[in-house]
Ligand binder design. Structure first.
Ligand SMILES: Nc1ncnc2c1ncn2[C@@H]1O[C@H](COP(=O)(O)OP(=O)(O)OP(=O)(O)O)[C@@H](O)[C@H]1O
Length: 122
């Protein structure tokens, strides 16, 4: 096998390892995954449209991806400087702020998708 393909395969292996590390050890990722699983079941039960599934899947992927990156930033910050420092606080805060952008995006998509169903049932 050529070196390029071998390298890509190795990267993929590490990426899958990281994926399982996140969903097994990171509480925020575990909690969000459980909530998203509930929403997926809700989507199946309500029979949401193909476009709704695309929107919802994108939004969920966005939240989990940014949350994963936020975890990496937090761990890097703790590794570089364990003690309290205003700059570490700032770095962690803006990293968490990025998650908020993704969460708001998800929330807007969630409301647009499910509000019509909720309104017809109440
Ligand atoms: N080393 C530090 N120096 C200054 N502020 C910090 C530091 N560590 C954390 N903070 C502040 O605390 C907030 C929460 O940080 P972090 O998410 O690491 O803490 P945690 O809630 O204990 O972690 P976890 O999410 O793993 O439970 C940060 O956004 C930041 O405002």
């Amino acid at each position: 096998m050529n070196i390029f393909l071998k390298g890509r395969l190795k990267s993929f292996k590490y990426a899958i390892k990281g994926f399982f590390l996140l969903i097994k050890t990171e509480h925020s990722i575990i909690a969000q995954s459980i909530i998203f699983l509930g929403i997926i079941i809700l989507g199946i039960l309500l029979g949401i449209s193909k476009q709704d599934w695309i929107n919802q899947t994108f939004a969920m992927g966005l939240v989990l991806s940014i949350e994963g990156m936020n975890t990496a930033v937090e761990k890097t910050a703790d590794f570089i400087h364990k003690e309290h420092h205003p700059k570490i606080g700032f770095i962690k805060d803006i990293s968490a702020g990025a998650v908020t952008f993704a969460m708001l995006t998800f929330l807007i998509i969630f409301i647009i998708t499910y509000l019509p169903y909720i309104l017809t049932y109440v």
